[in-house]
Design a protein around this ligand. Structure first.
Ligand code: SAH
Ligand code: SF4
Length: 357
């Protein structure tokens, strides 16, 4: 006889919990109690939920798994600030999560998919292809894991960037329900403006986000100033016209009043010329924004190189003097392949290898 497959406990919604509690003939305040254990105290197992009655604890314990993330590998960078985990999910899929500690903040870089279908040539996640979307609970489990690491050092996880593996807008519903759990003052309680969603420019997702009444930040990865340049670097870019993407960015600003951050992986001899910088100025004209330049990080299957220090400076200065506030992203965790676009995981095992409880 097959044993029951346990579910990730973070996949339980408030409504699911209310149903469980009511089925077990318990008062509804038990829901808030359980949520507090999970999202305020980061309970790592059922025994910690001391004020929850045995019937509820038994039910949760026999049907749900607390971590859902098994640490396959944990490495710390020589920079002293960055660490990364390779996690195995319940079905054996592998993902990576990065934690970066700064003076006054700590940022978790969260994955939303195992692999990615967009296929940017210069990105290690794109090079590995698409495996699957992560569930709400799998996204949240990464946040809780890094929040516990910070709590253990007496600090708080302050920022979340959806810049790990995958294209967040391709997993929109799970992304947004995770965002709601992250910013809910009764749950993970991280301020919405400390949460950033980075997208390769999925127009439908940007349009949907513009309608949400949530103050999260939006970052749009551009890398090219016309369709041909973008298609050269982003395999799936032919699906989205740049002119339409720019229109959706303008609309996003109009609807939300929030500045967009544009991201630009700067690649030697590919998209770092003065001419490209001037074209970029023209493209972004009239959109209140910041530009974040990321000198290319090395990946196994892309031969391009990061631009030289001089070219980075010229590119940046040209944009800044044209009124586009431009910063160069600090290179962090490159020695452990935890930098932007370096996250990947080995080929996942077959789906039939489901972990059984
Ligand atoms: N899929 C989303 C979020 C994950 S990638 C997106 O593409 O925006 C996060 C950032 O890393 C993106 O801006 C992406 O362009 C950048 N990136 C990817 N590969 C890179 C590399 N090899 N070097 C530098 N930045 C890279
Ligand atoms: Fe996917 Fe973003 Fe990597 Fe492109 S850069 S392959 S969209 S994760």
């Amino acid at each position: 006889m097959n044993k029951k497959v346990k579910q990730n406990i973070y996949d339980l919604s408030r409504e699911d919990l209310a149903e469980i509690v009511s089925d077990l003939e318990q008062p509804s305040y038990r829901v808030e109690q359980i949520l507090e254990w999970l999202y305020k105290n980061y309970a790592g197992n059922i025994d910690e939920m001391k004020n929850v009655p045995a019937s509820v604890r038994d039910h949760l314990n026999s049907n749900y798994i607390f971590k859902g993330l098994e640490i396959e590998k944990h490495i710390k960078s020589n920079d002293g600030f960055t660490q990364k985990w390779l996690f195995k999910l319940l079905d054996g899929s592998l993902i990576e999560t990065v934690l970066m500690k700064y003076d006054k903040r700590a940022t978790a870089c969260i994955s939303t998919q195992a692999g990615c279908a967009v296929g940017c040539t210069f990105c290690a996640t794109g090079q590995m292809g698409f495996v699957r979307n992560l569930s709400h609970g799998e996204i949240i489990a990464q946040v809780i894991h890094t929040a516990v690491v910070m709590r253990n050092s007496g600090k708080r996880l302050s920022n979340i960037v959806f810049m790990g593996m995958g294209e967040p807008m391709h997993n929109y519903d799970n992304l947004m329900s995770a965002v709601r759990t992250i910013i809910d003052p009764k749950l993970l309680s991280i301020a919405a403006r400390k949460v950033t969603i980075s997208t390769i420019g999925i127009i439908e997702g940007i349009n949907r986000l513009a309608e949400e009444k949530i103050q999260v930040g939006l970052a749009v990865s551009l890398h090219g100033t016309n369709d041909a340049e973008r298609q050269n670097l982003i395999k799936a870019a032919s699906k989205w016209e740049l002119s339409e993407l720019i229109r959706s960015c303008r609309n996003y600003y109009k609807k939300t009043g929030r500045r967009i951050t544009f991201e630009w992986a700067l690649i030697d001899g590919v998209n770092d010329s003065e001419e490209t910088a001037n074209n970029l100025v023209r493209l972004l004209k009239g959109i209140p924004c910041h530009l974040n330049v990321i000198p290319l990080n090395p990946t196994e299957n892309y031969k391009g190189l990061p631009s030289s220090g001089n070219r980075i400076k010229t590119f940046k200065d040209l944009l800044n003097s044209a009124g586009i506030v431009t910063t160069v992203r600090m290179r962090r965790g490159i020695d452990i392949a935890a930098g932007c676009g370096q996250l990947k995981a080995a080929t996942p095992p077959k789906r039939s290898k489901l972990q059984r409880a």
